[in-house]
Design a protein around this ligand. Structure first.
Ligand SMILES: NC(=O)c1ccc[n+]([C@@H]2O[C@H](COP(=O)([O-])OP(=O)(O)OC[C@H]3O[C@@H](n4cnc5c(N)ncnc54)[C@H](OP(=O)(O)O)[C@@H]3O)[C@@H](O)[C@H]2O)c1
Length: 323
């Protein structure tokens, strides 16, 4: 699979990385029950497809996603880039809270190293901003972990330009992990241009808008998801009307565009995120081997400018009015 350099001085990563949120299994923000064997096979299939990096987080399944990634990759550690995160902790009652205190970040890093069965993390990212600690203190700790070699590259997720600037003034932000898809485009105005100008790599999360841009969703399909799948909670605008129904119709209009390249809508959606010059790679989530195999074809080809314009017009007509 084609690779691109992460920012000005980061590693070469494949255009698609495997997202390991869903393989964390059941927890408050989980995707319902998940068999570990299926998760193991999904990780192995991603490597088979040439993908060279995996994005996980301690909070995905409250340690379970990292543990699975560690077990699966321990014999091939050198050949895979592991990205994980810090800043979301949980207690004995499985309640999740934000914590960006420097001592907490260090403790989380040690815990992640243990679960991942490794002595270094390739990319360590602050998962979400939080006002409980000045970001300079948190980023200072990230910088120290990098200097100590416990982590090779450091990044942030869900940050705005103001926070990015404050981190960058201390040490280089290797990457930003923002949400970005054909129907979630808020970062285009300020954040992506800033990253491009400052040599910050961008790894876009939820390029399939949590499965919505695969073409499999309908109101009936939503009802078939597990009771504890976060997409059924009813409080997410993307899985509620009017946006949900508008997206289903939007996806129907994408089918002929994808077909023109003999691709699926999911592959078109991934290729679309990769078409932005500021985006380094897309993190495609998968919980079954066949999903990551089907999505790998999102890399290595270009959508024509005519089709990009057509997609932009469809977005303006069908999605923008519902936002
Ligand atoms: N930093 C953050 O705050 C943050 C937030 C969200 C995500 N992320 C990262 O980004 C990754 C990807 O995001 P995401 O998992 O939210 O969303 P996504 O990549 O947009 O969608 C992934 C989900 O879509 C379904 N799917 C994938 N490929 C499919 C295919 N070919 N056909 C049919 N269904 C398919 C699967 O769920 P079902 O089979 O259950 O439908 C899969 O779990 C995460 O795993 C995580 O690593 C980070």
């Amino acid at each position: 699979m084609k690779t691109r350099q992460l920012g000005t001085n980061g590693p070469d990563i494949t255009e698609i990385g495997l997202g390991a949120w869903a393989i964390g299994g059941s927890w408050t923000w989980g995707w319902g029950h998940q068999e570990d064997d299926a998760s193991h096979n999904t990780i192995m299939e991603s490597l088979e497809q040439g993908i060279n990096w995996i994005d996980t987080a301690p909070v995905y399944g409250l340690g379970h996603s990292e543990t699975l990634v560690g077990q699966t990759l321990k014999d091939r550690r050198q050949s895979v880039i592991i990205a994980t995160k810090c800043g979301l902790r949980w207690d004995d009652q499985r309640r999740v809270t934000n914590n960006l205190h420097p001592a907490s970040i260090r403790k989380e890093c040690e815990d992640s190293l243990r679960r991942l069965q490794t002595d270094y993390i390739d990319l360590y990212q602050i998962h979400w901003p939080h006002k409980n600690v000045p970001i300079e203190d948190s980023w200072g700790q990230m910088t120290r972990l990098q200097e100590e070699g416990k982590v090779r590259y450091i990044g942030v997720s869900n940050f705005d330009v103001e926070l990015l600037q404050r981190c960058e003034s201390i040490s280089h932000v290797n990457s930003l992990q923002p949400p970005y898809s054909m129907i979630k485009r808020d970062i285009e105005a300020e954040i992506l241009p800033w990253c491009e100008e400052n040599g910050v790599g961008v790894i876009a999360y939820s390029p399939l808008q949590s499965g919505l841009l695969t073409g499999k969703f309908s109101a009936d399909f939503l009802e078939t998801l597990a009771e504890d799948d976060w997409r059924r909670a009813g409080n997410n605008p993307y899985f509620s009307d009017p946006l949900f129904s508008a997206t289903i119709q939007f996806v129907e209009q994408l089918q002929p565009i994808a077909a023109a390249y003999e691709k699926s809508v999911a592959e078109l959606a991934i290729a679309w995120t990769l078409a932005h010059s500021a985006v380094t790679a897309a993190i495609a989530g998968a919980r079954k081997a066949e999903q990551i195999a089907a999505n790998a074809g999102g890399s290595g080809w270009d959508i024509s400018s005519e089709h990009l314009t057509q997609i932009a017009d469809l977005y303006e007509q069908m999605i923008a009015p519902t936002l």
